[in-house]
Structure formats: C-alpha cells, structure tokens
Write a protein that binds this ligand. Structure first.
Ligand code: PMP
Length: 452
C-alpha cells in the first residue's frame, strides 16, 4: 500500500511543498508526542509540525473545543460576527495591555504568511506608503510575495519575492560571530553596525534633509526559527529598539513560530524587554487544528484610515473553528502555570543535549530557551557546518529502526539554520520527563549510528 501511494505521489503531487528525503514517510496516526506509521511503529516527534502543535497531537481539551464548535456554529461568513472571534480578539488585546500597557486591536487571517502580508500592508500605509523594510539575515516570514521579499534566503526571495525592497541586517548569531567577542558585546556590535546606516545619506536609508528614513518597519523574530533557533543576547532588542525609536521605524515582531509558550512565555519577545508596535501570530494558536493567524497592532496604527472597513478581508479569516480552538488554547495556558513548566522542561532537555555535546565531537553548539532547542551539527572540529551529516540524521531517524529499550522506533526531526546544519527541536510542550530521557537516548543512538 505504501509503495502504491508513493508512486501516485511521485506522479501527481507538486513537489513544491514537500521535502523529499531518501526515506519518504507516510504517517497514519498521531497522539501526544508521537506519530505512528502504518505498521504502528512510533516516531517521537521533536518538531511538532514546525512548532504548530505545541500542546500535543490530539490534545483532548482542544479537540473537544473544536468538536463543540463543529456541532454548533462551524461556518459563518466573516462579515458577520460570532462570539469566539470577539472573545479571542479581546483576550489577545487585553493580554497586551497587561504585559506592555499598550492598547491595540487584533485583525485575523488564515495562515502565517497571510498575517505577515497584513502586517506589511499596515505598516506601509501607516508610514505613508514607504515600501522598504528591514529584516534580519537568517529571518523567515513566509512564502507569499510580500513575506518572501522580507525573508533573507536568496533562493526563495529571488524566485518569489518580487515585491518591496528589504534590507537585511545581521542578527547576533554568536556561535558564528567574530572570535573573542562575548555574546552581549556581539549584540551591541550588531546594533552599532545597524545604527551606522543612519549616520549619512550615503548609507542609503536616511534622508537628513527631510529627517526621515525611507523604511517603514523592522520585521524580526525574537528567536530565529527557520534560521536555526538562534537566541540573541539579553539586551539586544532593548538597544535595537532605541535606534528604531530614534528614526521612527516600527517594530514588527513575528511570533508565528516562537509564540504561544514555545519559549516559556506567551510571546517570545517578552523575554527581551521591548514592546512591539505590531505582533504577528499563527501556527500554535490553534494547536495546528484549524488554521488561524492574525496581527495585533497598537491603536495608533490599526485605525480606519489605515485599514478601512472591508479593505483587508479574506473569506476564511476569523473562521469559527479556528477562533474557538484558539480561545480555548489561550484560556488553557493562562490557567496553568504554563511558563514555569516549559522553562523547567526546557532546562532539563538542554542539560541532556549538553551531555550529548560532551560525548559527540560533531555537535558544535547546543542552546535553548524554553522548549525551543538547537543542536548544531558540524565536522569533527565542532565548527565547520556539516549539512550532509544532518541530512543523514533526519533520514535515519525517519527509517524507524533505532532501538532503545529493546524497542524499534523513530524520531521526527527538522533542519534549519543559515547552513542547513542545525536540528531545530520543538517538542510538544506537554512532553514528559520520561519522553525527554527517551529523546536524548534516541539522539544518542542516532549520532552513534551516523558517525561510527
Ligand atoms: N513566520 C515565521 C517565523 C514562520 O516560522 C513561518 C512558518 N514557518 C511563517 C512566518 C509563515 O507561516 P505559514 O507557513 O503559516 O504561512
């Protein structure tokens, strides 16, 4: 059966949307932290649909919220109202008031990239049509036209980003930064380099006569996701925001991958002491059940002059199923002391990774914030990126024949990073200590297999 399906896939599916490893996998069932193949073999998932399924596959409470809505009001056009949309917008906006003392509004869409487009439209119009944006090297904001334009990958931007101009600024990726500079120093250095752009009109972004920049906003991920789960220095965003404020540039924080407690806080930017002007969310807000995304923006920005009624509309935006699950998700996390649990599990997982690093020379770097964890795979020198080895790891992990505790099983891993040599680990936030122990044992077995 698997052979038949793979043959059909090879013939009839566009391959623009799939990553083909030499061991393609068809999954059959999922539960908790696991995916299962047709034979019933378990694969411990350490990537959870690119951090969309933060609360485990088949989370009973969220599934119940979905079916409740399914049986009551699953469909209604977005020009009419339903309680879940209103409650969700209020909850997100009130949370922002509590955290930052900032008042704002919420605008929904369906996928992450579409919400990024909404943020682009918003800041562009709020800043009188300025179409140039800053973004980070290694940043990822999606694959629609505008989102591709501000995503640094040359390959995708060149193909699909035929839109506004983006200027890419170095992110303080300390592990690959200049030797002999500590992490905070390197962060300060990156901010200084950015601030230099405004010293003279010859640097291309600042008109001293008009006293304005041509750029509307800086799109950031507080922790880079696809860029390899890179965690910046503690003070980096505080210093960066000072420069942005000086020159009237808006801060747009993309929380699509790192939001919803991935890092132990609702929004990952909360670790870094700055208030966004616009915040973009998606993925885990619905535990990956029914797509929903959106932006929160300050009142000054998201007003009827910039977004006139009906101007920024999509059929499935603010759909009842998505908003109902998102509402339940946020209520669930705010009820429990979720942040502390994620922080404790993350520290425990990271200690396991550090222990692996001591025993495997090919691990160049491990780091983590909450349950956003990274393992950088290198040559035996522990530094030169080794993409081939990490590809091999993913392939062997998916073959499902790692043996731990006498049981055959697999691992679901994903690759990120500037050199595509980083395992970006995003396990379920409900992962147990036993499952973390198992994850470390499986990674150990995998590393032994691919390096022996
Ligand atoms: N921004 C970030 C930070 C992301 O990680 C992603 C998805 N990986 C997107 C935007 C795009 O979201 P989507 O794939 O839902 O369009």
């Amino acid at each position: 059966e698997e052979a038949r399906l793979l043959a059909l896939e090879a013939r009839y599916c566009s391959h623009g949307d799939t990553v083909h490893y030499t061991a393609p996998k068809i999954f059959d069932r999922c539960e908790g932290s696991y995916l299962y193949d047709a034979e019933g073999l378990p694969y411990l998932d350490l990537q959870m649909w690119y951090s969309a399924v933060n609360f485990g596959y088949g989370n009973p409470r969220l599934n119940t919220a979905l079916t409740r809505q399914l049986n009551r009001l699953p469909q209604v056009a977005s020009q009419y109202l339903h309680a879940e949309k209103i409650e969700l917008a209020a909850l997100i906006a009130q949370r922002a008031e509590k955290t930052w003392g900032a008042s704002g509004r919420v605008h929904f869409n369906v996928g992450g990239s579409q919400a990024v487009e909404d943020a682009l439209k918003l800041v562009r119009n709020a800043k009188r049509g300025k179409g140039t944006m800053f973004a980070f090297e290694g940043g990822y904001h999606g694959r629609t036209l505008g989102a591709s334009a501000i995503t640094s990958s040359y390959r995708y931007r060149r193909r699909y980003g035929h839109f506004d101009r983006a200027l890419f600024v170095p992110f303080p990726y300390h592990f690959r930064g200049p030797k002999g500079m500590d992490k905070e120093e390197y962060g300060a250095h990156c901010v200084q380099q950015f601030a230099r752009l405004f010293e003279s009109e010859y640097n291309g972004v600042w008109d001293p006569k008009a006293g304005e920049a041509e750029c509307a906003a800086f799109f950031v991920e507080a922790i880079q996701g696809t860029g390899g789960y890179v965690i910046p220095p503690k003070n980096f965003f505080i210093e960066l925001k000072k420069v942005l404020d000086r020159y009237g540039i808006l801060l747009v924080v993309d929380e699509i991958q790192m939001g919803v407690y991935r890092t132990g806080k609702l929004w990952s930017i909360e670790h870094f002491g700055v208030t966004p002007d616009v915040l973009v969310f998606g993925k885990a807000i619905t535990n990956g059940l029914n797509p929903l995304s959106g932006i929160w923006a300050r009142d000054e920005l998201i007003n009827p002059t910039v977004f006139p009624p009906g101007s920024t509309h999509s059929t499935f935006a603010s759909n009842p199923l998505g908003t109902a699950v998102a509402l339940e998700t946020l209520r669930m996390v705010e009820e429990a002391d979720f942040g502390a649990q994620v922080a404790a599990k993350g520290a425990y997982f990271l200690a396991g990774l550090e222990e692996l690093k001591r025993r495997h020379a090919v691990i160049g770097d491990v780091d983590g914030l909450g349950l956003a964890l990274r393992m950088e795979i290198c040559e035996a020198d522990g530094y030169t990126p080794n993409k081939a080895l990490v590809d091999r790891m993913v392939e062997v992990a998916l073959a499902g024949d790692l043996v731990v505790g006498g049981k055959r099983q697999g691992l679901v891993l994903d690759i990120g990073g500037y050199h595509k040599n980083v395992l970006t680990l995003a396990p379920s936030l409900l992962i147990t200590r036993e499952e973390i122990d198992l994850a470390i044992k499986l990674l150990d077995a995998l590393l032994i297999r691919v390096t022996r």
